[in-house]
Ligand binder design. Structure first.
Ligand SMILES: NC(=O)c1ccc[n+]([C@@H]2O[C@H](COP(=O)([O-])OP(=O)(O)OC[C@H]3O[C@@H](n4cnc5c(N)ncnc54)[C@H](OP(=O)(O)O)[C@@H]3O)[C@@H](O)[C@H]2O)c1
Length: 353
């Protein structure tokens, strides 16, 4: 088969867009999720979805943290849109699955054969997904086990699961791979770096990476809502932060004053890793003039960030958290290998099935 409904195959997957015509798969409202491998596609049997944290929190809150209601909600989104693209947060997640079929035109050209297990490194917001059944929802990690199939386009990024890291841990790390990889690129020796939401997945990996990059002359400030959580305690115990600030990042004045009390010149780089809206201005106020604010969070509002920075007269460079950074999967997994204490924490929290 070389077309869907007569549309010309395209390596970016535009042939799967149903609505609106002319949209790219990510911005489209609806994709054709017919579970077949066209010539330039890879069909996978999906085992588990790692729902993006901002999206899972929004769905879980709306469904009163009831697993059955969450399962029904996700099933309904996918039935309606042909992809797990949360219409409220606009975010998706990624999946782990087993390759069922590699399209005719891709065979021999990529290092992938049926039976191999992979993690998708492109968002579920552009991945055609068909769900037969949701078999389990894990409220603590945002993972959703399903029976179903997903389609990867020729342009899609994917990674074979590493042999030395538990598959569920790899899934959790690969979901946020862009954060530590970008931190490695943005931070340099001697700098002050503030990580907002330091106790989450991307926050922990970003702190580990920032600490390695800034070195002894630099300073990493972790901002967390609660100092008593295992992750917050881990940050201090492993020395991944020089200072732990307990603050609600939505309270812009409080968080920035606490950071200023520790680092009066403020941060060279601020990395926002939270999963709630309303933290743009707090992050901006933690950065010095000419500093960098990297918004990895999917809860970030472009309007709030742009108008907020203007309103407080802070000349900062703001970076959208591109989920892809060259070599991001390798950097993220290596960050875990280089920090056995963080690895042990991820094993404890995410390896359980
Ligand atoms: N840019 C991309 O490509 C990309 C890819 C994947 C994910 N993301 C986004 O990145 C963000 C982080 O993802 P993740 O998987 O690392 O999430 P996570 O593990 O859930 O971590 C989020 C952290 O933010 C903390 N937090 C929540 N509210 C806060 C507040 N008011 N003040 C300070 N900290 C607060 C949470 O603390 P508690 O747990 O104590 O509430 C949690 O530790 C999410 O928005 C996610 O959607 C972006």
């Amino acid at each position: 088969m070389s077309t869907v409904s007569g549309r010309r195959l395209h390596h970016l997957g535009t042939h799967r867009v149903l609505d609106p015509v002319g949209a790219m798969p990510q911005s489209a409202w609806q994709l054709d999720n017919t579970p077949v491998a066209l010539d330039n596609e890879i069909l996978c049997d999906v085992e588990v979805l790692n729902i993006d944290s901002a999206s899972f929190k929004q769905i879980a809150d709306e469904c009163c943290r009831d697993a059955d209601r969450i399962a029904a909600h996700i099933t309904a989104i996918v039935a309606q849109r042909g992809k797990q693209h949360n219409p409220v947060t606009g975010s998706g997640g990624m999946f782990v699955g087993c390759v069922r079929e590699v399209g005719q035109a891709l065979r021999g050209g990529i290092d992938l054969i049926p039976g191999e297990r992979i993690a998708s490194l492109v968002s579920l917001t552009l991945t055609p997904l068909h769900i037969d059944a949701v078999t389990r929802v894990d409220l603590t990690t945002g993972r959703v086990w399903i029976r179903g199939q997903a389609v990867l386009f020729a342009s899609a990024l994917w990674a074979k699961l590493p042999h030395d890291i538990d598959q569920n841990v790899a899934l959790a790390v690969l979901d946020v791979a862009g954060a530590p990889a970008q931190v490695a690129r943005l931070c340099s020796p001697g700098q002050t770096v503030a990580i907002v939401g330091a106790d989450g997945k991307s926050g922990l990996l970003s702190c580990a990476q920032a600490k390695s990059r800034v070195g002894a002359a630099g300073r990493v400030i972790g901002i967390v809502p609660d100092a008593s959580t295992p992750a917050s305690q881990l940050l201090e115990r492993l020395g991944l932060v020089d200072d732990l600030v307990v603050a609600d990042a939505r309270d812009a004045l409080d968080v920035s004053e606490k950071v200023a009390a520790i680092a009066p010149a403020l941060a060279d780089v601020v990395v926002n890793c939270v999963n709630v809206p309303g933290t743009e201005l707090g992050s901006i106020l933690c950065a010095k003039d000419d500093g960098i604010v990297y918004f990895f969070s999917m809860s970030t509002s472009f309007t709030a960030a742009a108008l907020g920075a203007e309103g407080v007269g802070r000349d900062v460079t703001m970076i959208v958290g591109n989920g892809y950074t060259k070599g991001h999967a390798g950097t993220a997994l290596q960050t875990l290998r280089d920090h056995p204490g963080v690895h042990a924490y991820f094993n404890e929290k995410y390896a359980q099935v």
